[in-house]
Design a protein around this ligand. Structure first.
Ligand SMILES: Cc1cc2nc3c(=O)[nH]c(=O)nc-3n(C[C@H](O)[C@H](O)[C@H](O)COP(=O)(O)O)c2cc1C
Length: 170
């Protein structure tokens, strides 16, 4: 494990995030869940290093972020398209996704939430702010395309990046 700055490999990580995806893990060992995210922002808010993620209310992961108020984001540095597709299409509410995708978790460094055990870079984040996407303030074309039918809005979580590192699979 090598500690790196939060913006290390930023371009590579953003290229991985969209459109292929990164792993978002919430909860604690034995009560954890991982889903795929494609939308997110790495930057600065309130002078703090932050990762902003957008999680739809219907996701099982949403419940766990609400419960534990922290999360990890792991950008894989090996080909994990299949694993990302599995955890990005099945819900942890009905499936053991770690079993299905043959993935395992590794304990974090600074927070209780673990991260996906792979070759990649992980950001450990504590939620410092959240807001709800609402029709009132949203561009109407985005509302029509993303939410008009489902009414399944995203919560936007601002995670302060507590530590960040590159790791290999155990
Ligand atoms: C490439 C990709 C990107 C995704 N990005 C997001 C995202 O940014 N936010 C979100 O809420 N869901 C996103 N999803 C959908 C969730 O990963 C998916 O609904 C997942 O099954 C939720 O799992 P859960 O119910 O176990 O939390 C994405 C899926 C894929 C395949």
């Amino acid at each position: 494990m090598e500690l790196v700055n939060f913006n290390h490999n930023a371009q590579k990580n953003i290229d991985q995030l969209y459109p292929t995806g990164a792993f978002l893990t919430a909860g604690v060992i034995d009560d954890a869940n991982t889903m795929t995210i494609g939308w997110g922002t790495i930057g600065i808010a309130w002078s703090k290093k932050t990762m902003v993620v957008m999680v739809t209310h219907s996701r099982f992961t949403h419940q766990l972020i609400e419960k534990y108020k922290e999360f990890t984001v792991t950008f894989p540095y090996e080909d994990m398209k299949e694993e990302l597709m599995i955890v990005g299409t099945k819900s942890g509410r009905d499936h053991d996704k770690y079993e299905l995708a043959k993935l395992s978790l590794d304990q974090g460094q600074a927070i209780s939430t673990p991260h996906i055990d792979c070759h990649g870079m992980t950001l450990e984040c504590k939620v410092i702010f959240k807001n709800e996407v609402s029709k009132e303030y949203l561009d109407s074309a985005i509302y029509d395309k993303r939410y008009a039918k489902s009414q399944d809005f995203h919560t936007v979580y601002y995670g302060e990046i507590i530590t960040s590192y590159i790791h290999d699979k155990n």
